[in-house]
Design a protein around this ligand. Sequence first.
Ligand code: TEU
Ligand code: CA
Length: 571
Amino acid sequence: MAWWKNSIVYQIYPRSFADGNNDGVGDIPGIIERIPYLAELGVDVVWLSPVYRSPMDDNGYDISDYQDIHPEFGTMQDFDRMLETMHQYGIRLIMDLVVNHSSDEHSWFTMAREGRDSPTRDYYIWRDPAPNGGPPNNWTSFFSGSAWEFDESSGQYYLHLFSKKQPDLNWENPELRQRIWEMMRWWLDRGVDGFRMDVINLISKTPGLPDGVVGDSPLVGTEHYVNGPRFLEFMDEMQREVLGKYETITVGELIDGTRDRALELTRPELERLNMIFTFEHVMVDHGPRGKYDPVPFDPARLRSVLYTWQREVAREGWNSLYLSNHDQPRHVSRYGNDQTYWAESAKLWALVLHGLRGTPYVYQGEEIGMTNYPFTSIDQFRDIEALNAYDAMRNEYGMSDEEALRRLNAHSRDHARTPVQWQADMEEVFPHPWIAVNPNATAVNVQSQLKDSNSVWELYRRAIGYRSELPVLTGDWSAMAEDHPGAFVFARSCDDQLLLVLANPTDDAIELDLATGDFPSGWEQLVAEVNPRLILSSVQDMRELPRAVSFEPARVVLQPWEAAWLLWDRR
Ligand code: TEU
Ligand code: CA
C-alpha cells in the first residue's frame, strides 16, 4: 500500500503560523521552531502554502519568482534548514505549486508587457479589445469583476481569473511548459517531497475563448476553462517530464471537480495524481449566488456529499479529507456549535473526518479547535477576495454595510488566517500581527491544551496515532442509518477489525436503531455478541479511554455533539 494512504497532512499558511522574528508576520524560522510540535501531534507530511517571492496581493498565491523565498518569510538557507529539520523528524514536505497564474511582477510578465514582440509575450493570454473597446469576452474573475485587464501600452487585454495582479499563464505555449517543468524539477532536486497544485484544472482554456453562459452565479465563463480540452494532456506531460522521475506525493486542487474527473486523475494505474481536493462538501452552505450568498447548514446535505465521494471515489481512486483550509471559514464555527458545545463539536468533526477513507488534512489551528473571528467592520479584513466582494456588494448590488458584513462573516477566508493561538499571551509570540489575533486566544490556545489530557488537541493526537496503528482505517467503508435526518454512522472494516463511527452533529440527543444486518458481512454475529472497545469519544473523558463498553445495536443513544469510535478487534 502507498505510504501516503495512512499518513496525515498538516497545512501551514506561513503568514499566520509562527513569527520567528517578532515583526508581525509568520515566517520560516518560526516554522522551524515548531517542528517538534508537529512531530508530537503525529504529522507525517506538511503542505506549505506559498513561501516564494511575492508582492503579496493574494498572500503569496501571486508569485514573482518561483525559485526564491519571500524576504518576510526568510532566506533560501532558512528554507533548506526547515526541509532538513522536517526530514530529521520524519516529516515530508509538499510545496504549493501555483502555475495557473503568476504575479504581474514576475519577470516573465514585466517583459511580456514591453510589447507584442516580447519573447515572453505569449507566456500569458492577450487579446484585442472587443469592437466596443471593452473586454474580449464576458468571463468574470473569482475575485469579482471582469477577468480582463486593459494594458495601455500595447492596447490589449490580459486574462486574470483571480486578481488583476495574477495574470493567467498560457499553457498552450510549449516553452512556458518547459520552464514550469524545470522549476518543478529544481525543487524536487532540492529535496521537497511533492506538490499541492493550486487550481490545477483551470490551466487549459477553450480555444477562441468564447463568451460564457450567464446564469445565477456571479461566475461567468467556467465552462470554458474548468477541465479545459488539454488539461489531461498537460497533466500527462507533467508526469513524463517531472513527476515520473521522482517519488512524490501529489494533490491537485480541482475547481468544480466532478467524481468522474476525480477518478480520471487518481486511479493509480493512470499515474496522474495521488489525490485531489474537491469543493462540493464545503459548498453545502452556499446559496445559488455562491459563497457570499450563505444558506443555513444542514448536516444531512454534508453527509450526502461526503458519502457519495466515499462510495464513488475512495475505492478505485483515493480521497483527500478536509473540512478546513486557508480559503474556508473555521469548521467548528461553520458546521459545529462554537459556543455551548465548542470542544464537543471540534472533536466530533475530527472523529468523522479521520474516520473516513482517504488522507486527512489538518489545517493549522484546527487541532485546538480555533474558531471564526468576530468581524464587525470592513477594515478588519485583509483578504483581496473579501475586500473586492465587499465593494461589489456595496456598489454593484447596493447592499447596506451591515448586510455586506453579514455575508463576509459567513464565508470570509480571513477567518482561517488569524494567527495560530500558541498561548494566552499572544503579544509575546506574535506581536503587532498583520491580521488581528482572535480574542478567544486567552481560552483557546496550544499551551493550555498541551497540559490538558482531555483537550481537542489530545483527541487529534490520538486520532492521528490510530491512523498508522489500525489497519482498519485504510480498509473498506460502508454507510449505515442513512434514513436518519442528520446522524453520521458508518463502518470501516478489514480482515480482523471493525470500526464503527457514530456522530450526532446537533444540539439534541438522538436515539438510533441499527440492525445488525446493516453491519459489513461477516461481522453481524460478533457485533451482537461481543462488546466493543470505545477508543475515542467527543464527550467522554479521554483519560478513561480506551475501554470496553456495552453495545446494543437496536438502541444507540447519542448525546448532543457526541461522536464515538467503537472497535471490534479479532486479532
Ligand atoms: O483557491 C482556489 C479557489 O478558487 C477558491 O478556493 C478561492 O479561495 C475562492 O474562495 C473562490 O471564491 C486557490 C488558493 O487556495 C487560494 O488561496 C488562491 O487565492 C487562489 O487559488 C488563487 O491562487
Ligand atoms: Ca516574522
